[in-house]
Design a protein around this ligand. Structure first.
Ligand code: ZN
Length: 313
């Protein structure tokens, strides 16, 4: 192959996976796991290779009963030197609550469209970013890590298309605030690969050297293709959820987050290291299925590993 042809198929050697099943996944499921079951799930994910995990959200327990035990979960987690636990925080009150715990990293959220931001939190897009930047600075003052996710970055359930320029300018402000990483989230699962390639490349260039993370939902069956597009366009961190746990609040019958096992299979077999052991990821997904007594949307956990020789005993 020529140099030029090779450069078109260039892939990163390594991608970091953030396991979001214990928070984003469970928060959008009707099944409520006990604290002990959540800790078990997180420990199994760590045993499968996860080193950065979203484990709780500091939101009102009356609104999100699935996350009511955030403090108890964090207090029970194994304290490992190379493992980062993330707590989702939507406002200053949540940040202060999170900082009372030993959580390593706060994940803040800004919303790319005014209508979505207004409906969710009663704010404009810019106001949601102001609060996210404030959360990052609170995290820094407390010597913790802080990052910002821009949600509805690829489409809004109320406004339709979202302006890429708006997302890029928000990402720049997020990076300038000291966020250690900026994520683009396809909250409602409408993104397609060409759009992901363009927006990830533009944002990565605009905020370099701050890394771009990608958060994708498989609502319209494009999530794995979108992960591929994002990785080729310069995203270095990918959110994924064991089994594809987590629905979509705007499409009740739709599937949720892209499944960890599907992302790990695709990347590892393509020569991109994830640090995850696929066989153990699938064992963990099977454990969740037995616990919830239902099938989950991830596909590789149903079809199995290929080639079979990669199965570890
Ligand atoms: Zn999600």
């Amino acid at each position: 192959m020529t140099e030029q042809a090779l450069s078109r198929v260039a892939l990163p050697a390594h991608i970091e996976i953030v396991e979001v099943g214990p928070r984003d996944g469970l928060q959008n499921e009707t099944f409520i796991m006990s604290t002990a079951q959540k800790v078990d799930m997180i420990s199994r994910a760590i045993a499968a290779g996860a080193r950065r995990l979203e484990v709780a959200s500091f939101v009102r327990a009356d609104r999100v009963p699935q996350m009511a035990d955030a403090e108890a979960v964090i207090a029970s987690l194994p304290n490992l030197p190379d493992t980062i636990y993330i707590g989702l925080v939507l406002n200053e009150k949540g940040a202060l609550r999170a900082l009372e715990t030993p959580i390593h990293e706060l994940g803040a959220v800004a919303v790319a469209s005014d209508s979505f931001a207004m409906k969710n939190q009663g704010q404009t897009a810019d106001q949601s970013l102001d609060i996210a930047c404030r959360i990052v600075s609170l995290a820094q003052q407390a010597k913790r890590r802080g990052q910002i996710t821009i949600s509805a970055a690829f489409g809004c359930p109320f406004e339709g298309e979202v302006s890429p320029e708006k997302v890029i300018s928000m990402a720049k402000r997020a990076a300038a605030s000291g966020a250690r990483e900026v994520a683009l989230a396809d909250t409602i699962g409408v993104a397609v690969p060409a759009q992901v390639s363009r927006l990830v490349a533009q944002v990565a260039e605009a905020i370099a050297p701050v890394p771009v993370r990608i958060h994708l939902h498989n609502t319209r069956n494009t999530a794995v293709a979108n992960v591929w597009a994002a990785v080729q366009a310069g995203a270095t961190v990918v959110d994924a959820s064991l089994g594809g746990l987590g629905g979509c609040p705007f499409a009740p019958r739709a599937t949720g987050n892209v499944a960890t096992e599907d992302v790990v299979y695709m990347l590892e077999r393509s020569g991109v290291a994830t640090g995850m052991d696929l066989a153990r990821v699938i064992e963990t997904v099977d454990w969740i299925k037995r616990l919830m007594n239902r099938e989950l949307p991830g596909m590789v956990s149903r079809a199995g590993i290929f080639p079979p020789a990669t199965l570890k005993s």
